[in-house]
Design a protein around this ligand. Sequence first.
Ligand code: TIU
Length: 221
Amino acid sequence: MKKILARPYDFQLELASCALVVIDMQRDFIESGGFGEALGNDVSILQEIVPTVEKLLSLWRELSGLVIHTREVHLPDLSNCPPAKIRRGNLSTKIGDPGPMGRLLIAGEYGSEIIEPLLPLKDEVVIDKPGKGAFYNTDLGKILNEKGITQLIIVGVTTEVCVQTTMREANDRGFDCLLIEDATASYFPEFKKSTIDMIVAQGGIVGWSTPLSNLLQGLIN
Ligand code: TIU
């Protein structure tokens, strides 16, 4: 058991039962010309966390920890995308429409792929999810249960949307979740801060949060 300094109190990490979940580090959210930009966002703020996520990913691989990647994507015929999700935002370019990186948030398109520095290895799990949460309409819960995972280290984008939704879904399913604060980002810095504050409030009602430095320190002790 490794003691990780965190908010609201120490996180007791058990490597064998802990998975790293890297959420939606896709071109569509992080690069220009994707879904994030179609929503009206400045995507550059998300690029700042890439080196931190990369550092944690390579460390987790060295430790032979379980790595799960997620992608928010839909089938090419959009059969797993609710019409309300497509309509939302009244956007000129919406989910499924062509853009400079291919059709937005559609499986197999260039924009839907995970960015180069964080590409999954062949034996790593990649969960394609049609919702914001990684448990809804996916095999994630089953996979984690089969592998005896009870704790999740969570990183990725965006903090208040897919990261928070996934963390809440995981919390309700009995997982202890630790968010790595400098390895998650929002298009809105104030939403990132508020999300972290909400997660750790009330004795960690949703989970724990800490910077990568505290995780690294705890792992070597
Ligand atoms: N992955 C994820 O967070 N999907 C989003 O749509 N995020 C936004 O912040 N829009």
